[in-house]
Ligand binder design. Structure first.
Ligand SMILES: [Zn+2]
Length: 341
């Protein structure tokens, strides 16, 4: 497969925002990683997959993009998120090692490329299900790319980054040519809640207030007591908050509180990025969001400009979160924008 790679922070940003990039091209340049823990985007191809059995026939599958969850029912398998197109066949292979039952459902937690990039592979045999806005955002992505990418392309040209120039040019070309029916968007969508029944398991899908994007859903396996949070939860990783796609820092708090109130204290939790954890892990992430908002709120109330706030803002307790250097200030800036005067 032709490999066209984006580099650095841009790679993360573009791969997260734009599903077609993930669908059409290999992932961002792999870097040496000390452990496969937090940032799966950068994992080496030979070390892509790790399957972790959880309770009640639910599994987590770590790969290179957003964490996958899957459930083996009596007659079929349900999968949550599809990562990237180039590794989707490998994902299917890993699932087949656990069960030879047909993969009948694919749930997408949101529209980002590292969660839906493999849809093109899965749609050949599975019903793809997601919130209304996931479909909407995937279908409007060619127009969004044609609107936003030319400026990014110019910036890449100025910076002399040939790899990014090539990748962005390819994307713009793709956006001009693609037909709507070629986009592997969800074919079954819902607006607030959905339940799927497989054997004695009930799979609850809840759309949450705008947090990571405006199309976020989380998936709860009632009997197994396992919750897949999509990117509404980055475990020990500084989140990307996609304000352009309707995300919100305040919304993150609302979304997290809603989930924390709904699930039992002994639930197992699969985050969108980072390791599987428990409710205490989820609450620690909620605290990070609360602390960012609090810092922004105090600065704004004290009459500090956004520029001055961003110059000195630092939350030392979270410096060891993966991506602190790359994304913390962006989170703080969004929090400042949302804070009341
Ligand atoms: Zn995402």
């Amino acid at each position: 497969m032709r490999r066209s790679r984006l580099t650095g922070a841009m790679a993360l940003c573009v791969a997260m925002v734009s599903w077609p990039l993930a669908a059409r091209q290999a992932a961002p340049a792999p870097k040496a990683m000390p452990s496969p823990a937090a940032e799966h985007h950068d994992r080496q191809p030979q070390d892509i997959f790790r399957v972790k059995p959880l309770s009640g026939n639910v599994y987590a599958l770590y790969g290179r993009g957003g964490n996958i969850g899957f459930f083996v029912g009596p007659d079929a398998v349900l999968v949550i998120d599809s990562q990237f197109k180039d590794i989707a066949p490998g994902i299917v292979e890993q699932i087949k090692k656990v069960s030879d039952k047909p993969i009948k459902f694919l749930l997408n937690t949101h529209h980002h490329g590292d969660h839906v990039g493999g849809n093109e592979v899965f749609r050949q045999f599975a019903m793809i299900v997601a919130h209304d806005n996931v479909r909407k955002r995937m279908l409007t992505s060619p127009a969004d790319i044609q609107r936003d990418y030319p400026a990014m392309l110019e910036a890449a040209k100025k910076a002399g980054n040939e790899q990014n120039v090539k990748a962005l040019s390819d994307m713009i070309e793709w956006a001009k040519k693609v037909k709507v029916e070629e986009i592997p968007a969800p074919v079954m969508t819902f607006d607030s809640e959905l339940r799927i029944h497989m054997g004695d398991e009930t799979i609850q899908v809840w759309h949450l207030p705008p947090a990571h994007t405006d199309g976020d859903s989380v998936v709860y396996f009632e009997k197994a007591k396992v919750l897949h949070m999509g990117d509404d939860f980055f475990n020990k990783v500084v989140p990307f908050i996609d304000v352009k796609s309707g995300g919100s820092v305040k919304g993150y708090l609302l979304a997290l509180d809603k989930v924390i109130a709904k699930v039992p204290a002994d639930a197992t939790i699969i985050p969108g990025h980072g390791e599987v954890t428990d409710v205490a892990g989820l609450k620690a992430f909620r605290q990070y969001i609360a602390d960012v908002l609090d810092a922004a709120q105090k600065a704004k109330a004290a009459g500090k400009s956004k520029e001055d706030f961003l110059k000195d803002v630092d939350l030392p307790a979270y410096r060891d979160f993966n991506g602190y250097k790359d994304r913390f200030k962006a989170n703080a800036g969004s929090a400042y924008d949302e804070a009341a005067r």
